[in-house]
Write a protein that binds this ligand. Structure first.
Ligand code: KG4
Ligand code: ZN
Length: 349
């Protein structure tokens, strides 16, 4: 890269909104020049979840070094960059501020445009980075903090069709895993155990299934699992059966809610558009298989970005920066960090 004139924008992305510290360099032709993710899993393991203060301190400790490595691996320095993008929310505010302030300071020092990226838009656009899909598309965003169905009409233009009225889907996986004595994050552990389990052994509820609209609910499912774990010690086979039954129930609910969203989306945009599943929970193969079948029936094509772009990463933030930079949507150094920042409140071109 060094010495060559850049035909496409090249953006450094920074992500610190939860428990991953990440830095990446992405080019406008969808090349990921580098993407480094440092997980803080070990730091939080003993607590069964993410501790905000521990996360913020770890981001402070590691971010500078990660940015240096990301630039070095990409073979670029600041003079090769077209802009710097950092997650400005939503997320744990201490961590968000670490990445945001670092990004702003680097942009100011290097005289580069700065882009304040909404983490959810990063997830939303990840399939445009991996697969180059066009707008509009339907997005199922399933993470540890969110469970939303979104009509993505254009850059910065998102209509939320449905959301969870209680727990996020990843949270439901994590809490269920915890009740079953598994570690954090729970999703991968539940998926692993479910492979050895009988999904029909426990009749768990399917909250919201069959109802109008696209909202989700998972707390009833969690309570049902608690009743089983409270009733007595579970054998390894029982645990696998609960995990399989839970995963089947989640799959039924997600398939049902997504079916409504696809019907709703088709009324406005017609058939033949992508259904994108993004976010950490999109790594779940059983869930993807269910969605794939439903999407085909409804005239959609399921698009799932690769796993490393589904879980939190900075390549998706850098890419959102590329798209926003191209659209002239850069931000001032007064861009605020936000703990809460709904997709519906973004600036668009
Ligand atoms: O998108 P993400 O990396 O971080 C957030 O922004 O939340 O998502 C993390 C969530 C966790 O709740 C984790 O348990 C879940 O994604 N997850 C999974 C799987 N892999 C990660 N859930 C179900 N099955 C998986 N294979
Ligand atoms: Zn995320």
């Amino acid at each position: 890269m060094r010495g060559e004139p850049a035909k496409e924008p090249v953006v450094l992305g920074i992500e610190t909104s939860c428990d991953e510290t990440a830095a990446a360099v992405v080019a406008g032709d969808r090349r990921i020049l580098s993407s480094i993710v440092l997980s803080q899993l070990e730091d939080h393991k003993a607590y069964g979840g993410v501790v905000p203060e521990i996360a913020a301190r770890a981001h402070i400790e590691h971010l500078d070094g990660l940015v240096e490595r990301a630039l070095a691996e990409a073979g670029v320095d600041f003079t090769d960059l077209s802009g710097i993008a950092a997650t400005a929310g939503p997320g744990l505010i201490g961590g968000v501020l670490v990445g945001l302030v670092t990004g702003k300071a680097m942009a100011a020092a290097a005289g580069l445009p700065f882009i304040a990226v909404n983490h959810l838009e990063g997830h939303a656009l990840s399939a445009r980075l991996s697969h180059g899909i066009e707008f509009p598309f339907l997005l199922l965003l399933v993470t540890g903090g969110h469970c939303q169905l979104i009509a993505a009409e254009g850059l910065g233009r998102y209509e939320r069709l449905g959301t969870t009225i209680d727990d996020a889907i990843g949270e439901a996986f994590d809490k269920t895993a915890r009740m079953l004595g598994m570690g954090y994050p729970g999703g991968p552990e539940i998926e692993r155990a479910a492979r050895r389990g009988n999904p029909k052994r426990y009749a768990l509820p399917r909250p919201m299934r069959g109802r109008d609209g696209c909202d989700f609910s998972f707390s009833g499912l969690k309570t049902a699992v608690r009743r089983i774990t409270d009733a007595g010690p579970l054998s390894a086979q029982d645990v696998a059966d609960v995990a399989a039954s839970f995963q089947a129930a989640v799959g039924d609910v997600v398939a049902d809610r997504t079916r409504n969203a696809m019907a709703n989306f088709s009324v406005k945009f017609g058939r033949g558009h992508p259904l994108v599943v993004a976010g950490g929970v999109a790594a779940n193969i059983a869930l993807r298989t269910r969605l794939d079948a439903g999407a085909t029936r409804a005239g959609f094509t399921l698009v799932a970005p690769p796993k490393e772009l589904c879980t939190d990463n900075a390549a998706m933030i850098a890419w959102a920066g590329v798209e926003r930079l191209r659209a002239g949507l850069t931000d001032g150094l007064d861009a605020p960090g936000r703990a809460r920042w709904p997709l519906a409140e973004l600036r668009s071109a």
